[in-house]
Design a binder for this molecule. Structure first.
Ligand code: BGC
Length: 352
C-alpha cells in the first residue's frame, strides 16, 4: 500500500514528503491493529467509570470501598459523585465516555429517569452496569449490554418482618409493653420512589400480619434513608408522647437515627425506654448497634457480594470474557441473597 502511494510522486518531487506519508500510514496501520486488540483478553489497561447517586450515603460508600479494594491494581477505576443531581449524572456519563471508559457503572440518582444515560450508552455502544437503584425492566432490556446488580427488595422486607415476628412471639410483654395485645409501631421509610423503600415496608408489615401479630401503626415517617432525618422524626414522635413498641426502618442508618433519638431524649435511661428496633443493610454502624444491643436485628444487604459481582462483570465485559459463571439471570440481573443478623451471629459479620 505504501509503495503504491510512493509511486504517485515523481523522483523529482520532494523525498521528504514521501517519507512523511509513509510514516503516517505506518502509524495508522499500527493503531488499527491496536484497536482490534481491545476486544480480546490481551487488552492492556481497563478503565471502569462509576457514578454514585450520593457519596454521603453510608451503604453506597461501604459498597464502593469494597469495590475499590477488590479491584486489580492495574485496572483504573474513576469514580464520580452525582450529589443527588440527575443532570450532573448525565454529564458524568458523557465524561466517562469521553474519557474512554470500557464499562460504566451507574447508581442512578433517579431510577425513573435513565433516558439520557441509556441514549448515550446506546449511541456510543458502551456496556452499563446499573446498581443498587433499580430501573424498570423495560429500560434495562433496551440493550443486551445493560445489567443490574443488586438484591431482592421483597426478600429483605420479609426477613425483617420474620426477625421482628420471632422476637414478638417469643418475648410477649417484653415488646408489647402496654400489654394491649397489639404492637404499636413506627415505619421509617427510605426515599419515596426507591424500590427498597416501597417494597421493604410493604413486605415487612405483611410478614408480621401473616405471623398473626396485631399491629397498630402510630407513625409513618419518610426519612430518605438518612440518619439525621430519622432522628428528628422519632424525637418528634417521642415528644408527642406516642407509644412506640417497635420501629421498622428501611435501612440501618435510619435505625441508628432512631437510637440517636432515644439517646438524646432519655440520656442514660435510653436503653430502658427503647422499643424493639430493626434495620436492613448490616453496615458497620448497624452491626455495632446490634453488638451493643441497641438494635435487635438487621438484614444483610450483601455489599461485598454486590461489589465483587459488579467488578467481575465489568472485567468480563471489558475483556470479552465469557459471562457464563457470573450468575446472570434473565440475561440482565445479578441479585445477591440477604441473610438475617441478630446478636447470635453478629460477630461473623463484624469481624469478617
Ligand atoms: C440501602 C440504603 C441506601 C440505598 C441507596 C439501599 O439498598 O439499603 O441504605 O441508602 O440503597 O440507594
Amino acid at each position: 500500500m505504501t509503495k503504491v502511494i510512493s509511486r504517485l510522486y515523481s523522483r523529482s518531487e520532494n523525498r521528504r514528503k514521501i517519507i512523511s506519508i509513509n510514516i503516517i500510514l505506518i502509524i495508522l496501520l499500527v493503531s488499527i491493529t491496536g484497536c482490534s486488540d481491545t476486544k480480546s483478553d490481551e487488552k492492556e489497561t481497563i478503565r471502569i467509570g462509576v457514578s454514585v447517586y450520593d457519596s454521603r450515603d453510608t451503604f453506597i460508600t461501604q459498597l464502593m470501598d469494597e469495590f475499590n479494594s477488590y479491584a486489580d491494581p492495574d485496572v483504573t477505576v474513576v469514580t464520580y459523585n452525582a450529589g443527588q443531581n440527575m443532570k450532573e449524572q448525565n454529564n458524568q456519563m458523557q465524561d466517562m465516555i469521553d474519557g474512554g471508559c470500557d464499562v460504566i457503572c451507574i447508581n442512578l440518582v433517579d431510577r425513573t429517569e435513565p433516558e439520557q444515560i441509556i441514549d448515550l450508552a446506546l449511541s456510543y455502544d458502551v456496556p452499563v452496569i446499573f446498581f443498587n437503584r433499580e430501573l424498570t425492566q423495560e429500560d434495562l432490556q433496551r440493550s443486551d449490554k445493560f445489567y443490574y446488580v443488586g438484591s431482592d427488595a421483597m426478600e429483605s422486607g420479609i426477613m425483617q418482618g420474620e426477625l421482628a415476628a420471632a422476637d414478638i412471639l417469643d418475648e410477649g410483654t417484653n415488646i408489647d409493653t402496654n400489654n394491649d395485645g397489639m404492637i404499636q409501631y413506627v415505619m421509617l421509610q427510605g426515599e419515596a420512589g426507591h424500590q427498597d423503600a416501597i417494597v421493604r415496608s410493604e413486605y415487612s408489615v405483611e410478614t408480621l400480619i401473616d405471623s398473626k401479630i396485631q399491629l397498630d401503626r402510630v407513625g409513618l415517617a419518610i426519612a430518605n434513608f438518612n440518619r439525621t432525618q430519622a432522628q428528628s422524626k422519632i424525637e418528634q414522635l417521642i415528644n408527642s408522647d406516642a407509644q412506640i413498641e417497635l420501629i421498622l426502618a428501611n435501612n440501618d442508618d435510619m435505625a441508628l437515627g432512631a437510637i440517636d433519638a432515644y439517646l438524646n431524649v432519655y440520656g442514660e435511661n435510653a436503653k430502658l425506654e427503647m422499643p424493639a428496633i430493626y434495620g436492613i443493610d448490616g453496615t458497620i454502624g448497624g452491626l455495632e448497634a446490634i453488638k451493643m444491643e441497641y438494635m435487635r436485628g438487621t438484614v444483610y444487604n450483601d455489599k461485598e457480594g454486590q461489589a465483587h459481582a459488579m467488578y467481575d462483570l465489568a472485567i468480563a465485559l471489558a475483556t470479552g470474557r465469557s459471562l457464563d459463571d457470573l450468575g446472570i439471570e434473565d440475561g440482565h440481573y445479578i441479585r445477591l441473597p440477604h441473610t438475617k443478623i441478630t446478636l447470635d451471629n453478629v460477630n461473623e459479620y463484624l469481624y469478617q
